[in-house]
Design a protein around this ligand. Structure first.
Ligand code: GCU
Length: 576
């Protein structure tokens, strides 16, 4: 799915800003026909979660109704007009001028509707969105799975099955964009290299069959004039001699431009930034452009005060600035796909990304539920088709910490692996494990092993030596079992910023700093490890539970992005 852009042939109109808002406490707004005009009692900022914008919405998990009046310029009359949402948590129903245009289930990924026939050009229009944020066991990520709650999350409020706050609302940009009636619908770019040449395999999808030409340029250099004969799919390959490969040190992006013409008239135009690079696992190493790399970085969250999970360019900038300041080279989008804006920034600044699905905390009842299996396939398909052209995405994590010890998990995750691989066979796949690998029935099907371990924190409490010793032994055992590369995708400790203890004790900055540094060094010392991601980059909000002091405090930075002692220690460690 292409990210909308304004150019000679396309117009993009942002609908971000203040929207009217009405809480629908009993989820009856649709039968009361609120799409004809909502009984708003406030205005609210978009994009952002609604939870932290008003005290009475912090724990509001029913349906929130949004409404915005917009002017659409006359000049776009005759164009095809799409209404696009970057992410709405959780289930969105959309009306334009009181007419239903469609719905989408699932947050973290974009969706759009063709509104050409309902938008009135040169006049005022009303956009209405009903956002159902109820926590349910069959939603991804899952709400309460009462009878099978993982002990750690049992009884937390609100009752969700994962360790982050279930923010709700219109989380990412909303826009109208226009294209000609025949236009470029999507592009798939796959890059490889062969004896100093770059190879770009491309597929260009049009929205309908077309007769004409597509002129393709790479950094302005004409690569091909493709004659299109009554088809909607065009495939081909370019060879780039002496390519400037995309890397962490030099994240060079070529500008691939596709121009649709008919008898000399330009019909559509789209520019895609692409990176020529290769990623592969070979001899138990992770190779970027044929060179071994070690993934140093973090698990993160999209989480910031007041905006909650809302996309904010300044927060993205700050986070990447701090990743670079630390000397990190990679992150995992724990535990859901991050914004397109985040990934564009990663492409441009050379940070490697493990893209993760929102399948966190799955239990047995998920593995045996056909509805879940269908939803899982839909989300994988949406995530990969949205993100596959990003050079920064070097691998996919298809789940975080499910109950991978129950027999039903084996066919479930193997099926997931096979389905995802059938869509993208250019990147390695993993899932993250948190149980003893001796009992894991799913990891064996994946290309590399990801484990989350808290030796010396949840277990061996307060005994760092014991925790480090155990980590060392367990890593070797894990490799002995799987003989595949291993990344420790989570390790770390909570630290209350400003709390200092000597000797170091749990929740002190000293304990976190010592634990993270010693365990990082152990992981890095192993010949079969390909990465170590500290949990977590910054403190983040969770549901209320006795083990969380409002936030999960495992961040090396506070929620406001101020460094704790561990950040300084790891910056120094990574600079060596
Ligand atoms: C788990 C989980 C994280 C959670 C972390 C913790 O491994 O993947 O989402 O925040 O542990 O307990 O801090």
């Amino acid at each position: 799915m292409l990210y909308p852009q304004t150019n000679a042939m396309r117009t993009k109109i942002s609908l971000d800003g203040f929207w009217k808002f009405a809480p629908d406490y009993h989820n009856t707004g649709e039968e009361k026909q609120w799409y004809k005009g909502i009984p708003h009692d406030r205005e609210i900022g978009v994009p952002a979660s609604w939870n932290e914008q008003f005290q009475d919405l912090m724990y509001f998990f029913e349906t929130g109704w949004y409404e915005k009046e917009i002017e659409v310029p006359k000049i776009v009359e005759g164009e095809t007009i799409y209404l696009r949402f970057g992410s709405v948590h959780y289930l969105a129903k959309v009306w334009v001028n009181g007419e239903y245009v469609g719905e989408h289930e699932g947050a973290h990924l974009p969706f759009e509707f063709d509104v050409t026939n309902v938008i009135r050009c040169g006049q005022k229009n009303i956009i209405t969105v009903a956002v159902d944020a109820r926590l349910k066991a069959d939603r991804l990520p899952p709400g309460q799975v009462q009878h099978e709650m993982i002990v750690g999350f049992k009884g937390q409020y609100p009752e969700n099955n994962y360790d982050f706050f279930p923010y709700a609302g219109i989380h990412r940009p909303v826009m109208l964009y226009t294209v000609s009636s025949t236009h470029i619908k999507d592009m798939i770019i796959q890059t490889s290299t062969e004896d100093h040449k770059g190879i770009v395999d491309y597929t260009i999808f049009l929205n309908q069959a077309f007769n004409g030409e597509i002129k393709v340029t790479l950094d302005g250099e004409v690569y091909e004039n493709i004659v299109v004969n009554n088809t909607d799919t065009i495939c081909g390959q370019w060879i780039v001699s002496e390519p400037r490969l995309w890397s962490m040190e030099d994240p060079y992006l070529y500008t691939l431009a596709a121009c649709l013409t008919q008898e000399g008239t330009t019909i559509d135009y789209y520019e895609l930034k692409i990176g020529i690079r290769t990623i592969e696992i070979k001899d138990c190493k992770l190779l970027l452009n044929g060179k071994e790399i070690f993934l140093r970085g973090f698990g993160m969250h999209e989480d910031f005060p007041v905006i909650g999970k809302g996309m904010n360019h300044a927060v993205i900038t700050k986070d990447f600035n701090l990743l670079k300041w630390m000397g990190a080279n990679s992150i995992r989008t724990s535990h859901y796909p991050y914004s397109e804006e985040f990934l564009h920034y990663a492409d441009a600044h050379g940070i490697l990304v493990i893209g993760e699905t929102p399948f966190v905390g799955f239990v047995k009842s998920h593995y045996t539920n056909p509805t879940i299996k269908e939803k899982v396939k839909k989300v994988i398909q949406e995530m990969i088709t949205r993100d596959r052209n990003h050079p920064s995405i070097i691998a996919w994590s298809l789940a975080n910490e499910g109950d991978t010890f129950v027999p039903e998990a084996e066919p479930f995750y193997k099926g997931m692996y096979d389905y995802a691989k059938s869509i993208d066979d250019t990147r390695p796949f993993t899932i993250t494990n948190c149980i003893d690998v001796e009992e894991d029935v799913a990891l064996q099907y994946f290309d590399f092993i990801s484990i989350n371990r808290y030796y010396g924190w949840y277990d061996q409490v307060g005994r760092l030596d014991m925790g480090c010793e155990l980590l060392d032994k367990k890593l070797d055992r894990c490799y002995e079992i799987f003989k595949k590369p291993i990344i420790v995708t989570e390790f770390g400790a909570d630290a209350m910023a400003g709390l200092h203890m000597d000797p170091a004790e749990e929740f002190s900055e000293e304990y976190q700093a010592e634990m993270v540094e010693r365990q990082y060094n152990i992981i890095f010392s192993k010949p079969y490890t390909i990465g170590a991601h500290i949990w977590a980059f910054a403190d983040f909000k969770t549901s209320q539970t006795p083990s969380r002091v409002v936030l999960n405090r495992k961040g090396l930075f506070t929620r406001e992005r101020q460094p704790k002692l561990a950040a300084h220690k790891m910056k120094e460690n990574w600079s060596k």
